[in-house]
Ligand binder design. Structure first.
Ligand code: UTP
Length: 296
């Protein structure tokens, strides 16, 4: 089995209930951070890590997401005719080469593990990445590229990891650490959404994974885990056979939980401030409202 990672799975079949009513008609992954949908950030990160095949696990009501990846030759012509080269370049940078993007349906939202399992035939017998577009990671070197580099050294499955406050561990998959080697930790167990006080650490799994195909076999059992869902963390944990088998990787970068309203708003401010064309206006606006709030 080659250890080159060329395929990424994007599970986007969740219901997105935390963003109701918007998600009645707008898939969460199409929601816009400054001027690009969440899914574009994930695609760019995947490309930067050498991914060449993109597999989306979608569901009913997500057709806007599929449309987003169509090329728009008529609009390109129009922008060219008007000399709007900047916009033309922005648009063309999102074009996907034909045949590199595939969609598969998850017919029922049975959990993240089940969503990944739905892509098993497209993945085949090779290591693959999984990316959750609602975890947006701002980093000098994109997170998945950091992980692919580490993975070339270690083999084994790898999950992105980050310390979270102890009182928030029950919202995450949590690592039981065997050995802490700085950026890398070897893992002896993983617990999805541990009950309060039962977390083995405060090192949480974030939505980037590089997985061996054996994880797909574990998912065949369709075992329900936390919340009655078929959990990806359980299938990865089942793969831990020795001390150097599954790793957590502490990535360098800032993660925003854009699956939550507070996280999405924070990301909007942070990404807005990072943009030269928006920084000044946004900074003065933020200063004004902070001063007004303090005076209240
Ligand atoms: P979340 O736990 O954020 O669930 O899923 P959700 O449905 O997207 O959002 P809420 O909690 O209702 O607001 C994490 C990731 O797993 C995918 C989601 O699309 C998201 O990318 N997922 C989850 C699936 O693809 N299928 C599932 O059955 C569950």
């Amino acid at each position: 089995m080659s250890n080159k990672v060329t395929k990424a799975v994007f599970p986007v079949a969740g219901l997105g209930t935390r963003f109701l009513p918007a998600t009645k008609s707008v898939p969460k992954e199409i929601m816009t951070l400054v001027d690009r949908p969440l899914v574009q950030y994930a695609i760019d990160e995947a490309r930067a890590a050498g991914i060449t095949e993109f597999i989306f696990v979608t569901a009913r009501g997500k057709s806007a997401l599929e449309d987003y990846f169509d090329n728009m030759p008529a609009l390109e012509d129009e922008l060219r005719r008007k000399g709007k080269t900047d916009l033309l370049e922005t648009l063309q940078a999102t074009n996907m080469e034909s045949g590199t993007i595939a969609y598969i349906r998850q017919h029922r939202a049975l959990g993240l593990g089940h969503a990944v399992w739905c892509a098993r035939r497209l993945i085949g017998d090779e290591p693959f990445a999984v990316m959750l577009p609602d975890d947006v990671i701002a980093a000098e070197k994109p997170c998945l590229a950091q992980m692919v580099e580490a993975y070339q050294e270690t083999g084994g499955s790898m999950v992105a990891a980050m310390e979270v406050p102890h009182d928030q561990t029950s919202a995450y998959g949590i690592l039981d650490v065997q050995e802490d080697m700085d950026a890398l930790v070897s893992v002896r167990g993983m617990v999805e959404k541990p009950a309060e006080g039962r977390a083995p650490s405060n090192l949480a799994v974030i939505g980037r994974y590089i997985l061996n195909p054996s994880v797909l076999e574990n998912l065949n059992a369709m075992k329900q885990g936390a919340g009655g869902e078929i959990q990806l963390t359980d299938a990865i944990a089942q793969d831990i056979r020795g001390p150097n088998n599954v790793y957590g990787y502490r990535f360098r970068g800032q993660r925003f939980d854009c699956g939550s309203k507070a996280g999405f708003l924070q990301a909007t401010v942070a990404f807005g401030l990072a943009r030269a064309d928006l920084r000044d206006d946004l900074t003065s606006f933020l200063q004004e409202i902070m001063i007004a709030q303090a005076a209240e």
